[in-house]
Ligand binder design. Structure first.
Ligand code: 8OZ
Length: 397
């Protein structure tokens, strides 16, 4: 679906239906699957320039299993297998991948700024494409939410020198996040350029596009919010100024890879990672209008607090859906029926599942059949190694 061309609420064309039936032998034998074919959540569409086989999206999930000693490199056999197993998703959004060493906030998260990292990602994108899915790189800079132990000894940066009330997890354990250094005016363009280079690297690595991580209290979100941004220059103060950094990143990435391959993740009502805002509606309302003008492929909304309550007050999500002509990817706490309804009614174009995809490598098949779901084991979310990573069972062995 292109800009200004929201997918119409129509069934696939007869030719398309026939092609799908031919590709899906189960339709002849399994009545649940055959009914599922009539459900929009399981039908193909386009998000920007990207054609997807169904509207079930794998949400970005930090798993802390890159090769940290080698330079935060993804693409081990285990990493490839993890993404390959989940390639039944219409679209996979990668775990957050830092655009620079200073953008890193957790142990063993992969980067996307070095050639070795790009080579690692190539192994993953190749496997996903072989399995028939699409994959975006989630471009990430944590800003003040980190610790020198994770950034090569460098003091974290943010819009202002305001220390968040929170801990970082390093090899020495849980440590208080220190006071960040406020970015100088002339440093900001350098960080925008890191996002641009990361987007170019993502395309080089075989990704179908990128999702800019504008959510959950990281650098872009820090600029948007008055709880972290008290700058007196053109990047702080007014709503327009607080949107400037986010939009400069979007513009740079769009100029590099094209609007049809760019989306952004936003969490307007999530007071996470020590971030607060006195009034999210004006700043996020304006941001959505500006994103619409740029014709980017999608906005991925965290409805409520990631992994927490779907408490939506403070921002009008329905108005944002109307104001933005690209795709609306909905996320947070969705179950099967809720996702089916959201897409069927047009409230969302696609639904992203995090924990359910983590624990159910064959989530799309399970949702189609209304089969039981594995529960995610929080103890192994970030634990190095294959346990709780590539050993969740599929229905078919
Ligand atoms: C959980 C653990 C580490 C990072 C986010 C990237 O909240 C994250 C994240 C989540 O967006």
């Amino acid at each position: 679906m292109g800009h200004g061309n929201r997918p119409m609420p129509v069934r696939p064309s007869p030719g398309q239906e026939k092609a799908e039936a031919m590709n899906a032998p189960l339709t002849q034998t399994d009545p649940d699957i055959s009914r599922a074919e009539a459900v929009k959540l399981f039908q193909p569409t386009r998000i920007g320039d990207i054609e997807i086989a169904n509207r079930v999206v794998m949400a970005p999930l930090t798993r802390s299993r890159a090769d940290e000693a080698a330079g935060d490199i993804p693409g081990s056999e285990m990493n490839v297998e993890y993404y390959r197993q989940r390639s039944n998703a219409g679209l996979i959004i990668s775990e957050g991948t830092q655009v620079s060493p200073l953008g890193k906030g957790y142990m063993a998260t992969p980067g996307i700024y070095s050639d070795a990292q790009v080579d690692g990602w190539k192994r993953i994108t190749h496997a996903v494409h072989q399995a028939g899915s699409k994959i975006l790189a989630q471009l990430w800079h944590v800003g003040r939410v980190t610790h020198p132990e994770l950034t090569g000894g460098v003091q974290p940066v943010g819009p202002s020198a305001i220390q968040p009330e929170m801990d970082a997890y390093t090899h020495s354990g849980k440590v208080q996040v220190p006071q960040p250094r406020a970015l100088a005016m002339d440093e900001i363009a350098g960080i925008v350029d890191e996002f641009r280079r990361a987007a170019a690297n993502a395309i080089r690595a075989g990704f179908d596009g990128v999702e800019i991580h504008g959510a959950n209290g990281y650098l872009i979100d820090q600029f948007l919010r008055d709880g972290a941004n008290q700058r007196a220059d053109r990047y702080g103060g007014s709503v327009e100024n607080r949107c400037r950094f986010a939009l400069e990143v979007v513009d740079a990435v769009v100029a590099e890879i094209g609007a049809g391959r760019v989306g952004i993740r936003l969490s307007p009502v999530a007071p996470v990672n020590g971030l607060t805002d006195s009034n999210p509606q004006p700043v996020f309302g304006r941001l959505v209008e500006e994103l619409d003008k740029r014709g980017i492929a999608f906005i991925h909304f965290v409805e409520g607090v990631t992994g927490g309550p779907r408490e939506l007050s403070g921002f009008d999500f329905a108005a944002a859906r109307k104001a933005f002509r690209g795709a609306y990817i909905a996320n947070n706490g969705y179950g099967r029926q809720m996702a089916i309804d959201a897409v069927e009614t047009g409230r969302a174009d696609a639904v992203a599942f995090g924990r359910l995809f983590l624990a159910n490598p064959d989530l799309v098949q399970r949702l189609k059949k209304d089969a039981p779901l594995n529960q995610a084991d929080a103890k192994t979310y970030y634990k190095p190694g294959p346990v709780g990573y590539i050993d969740y069972p599929s229905l078919e062995g």
